[in-house]
Write a protein that binds this ligand. Structure first.
Ligand code: SF4
Length: 320
């Protein structure tokens, strides 16, 4: 089966310019050679600390940012060089849910207009047909149809995220990029939204790229997990292997921060110290060497490449 989303060696570098002549003096290597693919009906959890580049990956895939290089195929179409007009049909196939539903929903529009906006732009439907579609989307995401005329501020945080999901579903997409969709919500509401996404996936066969900074959040929803550090994937495998047999020291550290003990998961893990280094001046060799408890001289001079350690399990570390 062809993947619904295939990303190959994606890079997004932001130039740093200074002075009167606006001369380029450096680059922020936000995304630096990311590759993965996503099958229909599956979820890839993309995880890493703030500043690791995961949200830039999400936005570059949908061309909210233009990539520096690399390829993004959505249902087999390379979208990296398409014009806005050429992207139009692709936007039906791939949608996004943002972290903060409040700032991503126009406060002057009613819920009905927000959820129906894409239908108005992309489909030739009458007002009544759009209203009926919006009402059915409301029911699908667990909102009441008597809330159709309400404005975003009249909804709770969880309900606003449901509105964002209804809007993303409106064109029946094949893939939804979920950019930290539950990070701004209370823990109890997080579970409800994740369960809703899982139910919708079972019902509609949608694929999700689910971006989060916390491994615990992606555990329930992901089939595969990719861990990012300073713009690169350092470990990628199916969910169970990541949670039960993590191979990269950075993944181990992220797991150590997961509060709920899982039977079979090793307990003696290093808690991560310090912050992610600057993506402008990255550490030499392995980018994780400044925080890694196992770093050796080799790690300081030689960059590890992502390699297959067992079929379906890739790790970028000299120890593997
Ligand atoms: Fe740590 Fe070295 Fe592996 Fe990097 S390559 S994660 S520094 S052991």
């Amino acid at each position: 089966m062809n993947p619904v989303l295939a990303v190959t060696d994606l890079k997004k570098h932001f130039p740093i310019k200074k002075g009167l002549l606006n001369k380029e003096v450096g680059k922020v290597h936000a995304v630096d050679g990311v590759s993965f693919s996503l099958e229909r009906g599956k979820t890839l959890g993309l995880v890493g600390e703030s500043g690791c580049g995961k949200s830039t990956v999400a936005r570059t895939i949908l061309r909210l940012l233009d990539p520096t290089s690399g390829k993004v195929l959505i249902n087999g179409t390379d979208v990296t060089h398409l014009s806005n007009k050429e992207l139009r049909p692709i936007r039906r196939q791939a949608q996004i849910i943002f972290q903060d539903p409040f700032s991503s929903l126009d406060p002057r529009m009613t819920a009905e207009d927000i959820v129906g906006e894409l239908l108005t732009v992309h489909e030739k439907l009458t007002k009544q047909e759009i209203r009926a579609r919006v009402a059915s989307l409301f029911e699908k995401v667990g909102l009441r149809t008597d809330q159709l005329k309400n404005y975003p501020h009249e909804f709770s945080g969880g309900q606003r995220q449901r509105l964002g999901i209804a809007r993303a579903l409106s064109l029946d997409p094949d893939v939804i990029i979920c950019d930290e969709p539950v990070s701004a919500l209370d823990v109890s509401i997080q579970a409800q939204v994740i369960n809703l996404l899982v139910d919708l996936q079972d019902e509609m066969g949608i694929a999700y790229l689910f971006v989060a900074h916390d491994l615990a959040v992606v555990e329930h929803i992901s089939h595969q997990v990719a861990v990012m550090y300073l713009g690169r994937i350092v470990e990628m495998a199916d969910r169970d292997r990541i949670f039960q047999n993590a191979q990269h020291p950075y993944t181990e550290s992220l797991l150590a921060a997961v509060p709920v003990p899982v039977p079979g998961r090793a307990t003696e893990r290093q808690i991560l110290a310090g912050d992610v280094p600057s993506p402008i001046i990255r550490p030499s060799g392995c980018h994780f060497q400044t925080r890694c408890p196992y770093a050796t001289e080799r790690c300081r001079v030689e960059e590890p490449v992502l390699k297959t350690v067992t079929p379906g399990h890739e790790v970028a570390c000299h120890l593997r």
